[in-house]
Design a protein around this ligand. Sequence first.
Ligand SMILES: [Zn+2]
Length: 206
Amino acid sequence: MTNIDRAARWAVRQTALPTVVKPCLNCSGTRHHPSGKFRVNANGKLLDVWLLMSCATCDRTWKTPVHERVHVQSLEPALLVAYEANDPAAVRALTMSPSLAAKNGYRLDWTGTWDLVVSTARPSRTVLITFELPAPIRVERLLTLGLGISRGEVRRMVADGRLHLPMAPDAKAHRDFEFTIDQPATSRDEVRQPAPPPTPRLRASG
Ligand SMILES: [Zn+2]
């Protein structure tokens, strides 16, 4: 059996879209959710495209600029169709986009947006973790969830060289990575030598 066959796959699965954190202009709320719609405005050959978001407190709509006065021919036709059809995949991609967040000065809150699907109960030596969404998650949080051990145990295993991570345990990952795990020390120490042939029992003399 090759190593690839034995590689386990864990998946960070999307359960919700991130919350957009930005002060509302109408109330003291800061949390916004995409309404699922775009607004496209044509002015001659120039287009404005907004992603519409709603304040979670007062429901006021906030138009998030996606494209501003962009020439219609510079926009991919499929993209324009997606905006005009309020395509859920386009809403999802833009709501999760760190560059759109940076451009418009808001923060994304990824709390409650994911869960971890662990495919095998016992980890094999190599585990590939795939990300369905770019949620930044501490590596040790994924490992405590996936391996069912404490954060202290994760750090001990890294220190002992039993767990090999591509980054520090408290670093945040947001895309696919692999780690390797050695068998626990107890089972590694067990099977070593074939059992010795039975020897006659020595009797204590006297
Ligand atoms: Zn509000």
